[in-house]
Design a protein around this ligand. Sequence first.
Ligand code: UD1
Length: 429
Amino acid sequence: MEKYAIRGGIPLVGEIDIAGAKNAALPIISAAIMSNETVTLENLPDVNDVNVLLEAIQRIGASVNRVDRHTVRINGSQIKGYDIDYESMKKIRASYYLLGALLGKYNKATVPKPGGCAIGSRPIDQHLKGFKALGVNIEDQGGFVRASCRQMEGAHIFMDVVSVGATINIMMAAARAEGRTIIENAAKEPHVVDAANFLNSMGARIKGAGTDVIRISGVPDFHGCTYTIVPDMIEAGTYMMAAAATKGDVVIHNVIPRHLDAISAKLREIGCEVKEGDDWVRVVATRRLHSTQVKTLPYPGFPTDMQPQMAAVLALADGTSFVRESIFESRFKYVDELARMGADIKVEGNVAAIVGISGYHGAEVSSPDLRAGAALVIAGLAADGITIVDDIEYILRGYEDFDEKLRLLGAAMEVVHSDAELHRFEAWG
Ligand code: UD1
């Protein structure tokens, strides 16, 4: 049993550094096995999802050497298997990136079909549509996707929905197909750009990543490289929200402020001061915030991965806010947990109507998923009294040193492993 115990009500003040982006690291680790030469990845976040994927590539024969906590050397020359096991996929959906990587390198791969997850049904039809367009034969066999072809050929692909995963997966495979591929209606997230930059560092010829249209000229081989992962915009955004909810003053280093524009704009709109420099942002909240409307959209819109954290802040703002979730259908599961802390939120369809309250009170709550878990911690930091957040393994999937960093900002928060530890925390202070 690992839980966060939080004594709320302390404004967060101080400075922290942001880690590399989990959602860039996952496709980049997968793509690294496409070279037979050694690839060195720097600024890798030390989070569970990344570590699980590193184990998964080792299981198919890649060598993985950790140089230090955030640097790893990967060599894919000894890969023996093209089948990804169900255990890997169960632990981390993003192992579907190995489909694009293995297809690109060996023209064959088998991966378990990822099921739905806490935030929605999450099909992979667009990934498969792209692979088929490249000439790949896809068979659905007993819960596995078997993909193979003699040689992929470039194609003109129009995505029906804007999908980060499908854009990157198709881009990886197409980077080694024969001829030219054009992906239209591509996702534009910073991690799509980072994955493209990484592939180009290995010798791929990809242009236009970060726009709606990505153009790829296939190359026969990749070489080794050293690459530094982009900073995690969602981790940064989460601390920005924590500063706002606790009426704090937090400087967040190692960020690309432009990636945070949608988040900064919303925080300014509700009454926070947001300042930025070359690689830092500072969020200051001194008075009660006010309500607004938020709609999640693909980048550069407001990210769905920030929706729960934003709602946790808006629950404390003056007036009624409306949050519309347009990417994942089941992303309001945390609302009932926030209600246990006093929030007044009603969900109808994909819209949450949030009536601002004057403050949260501590309660025992469970994280339904990664970002929702972070939102509950934010609420706990702002709450009067003690909050216990259960199921923190979801949070550990994506946040490096979450409790340490929050303590650095002054939070009174511990990981507790037993009732005895919890009682000690409750008795203290
Ligand atoms: C990635 C992120 C996740 C983030 C999401 C949206 C990773 C590991 N995860 O997930 O944190 O919340 O982007 O920014 O990077 N869709 C289809 N068919 C497909 C693929 C997607 O219909 O084949 C739909 C999804 O159901 C969803 C929308 O497209 O409604 C966007 O999903 P997508 O961008 O693919 O999300 P992921 O890449 O899975």
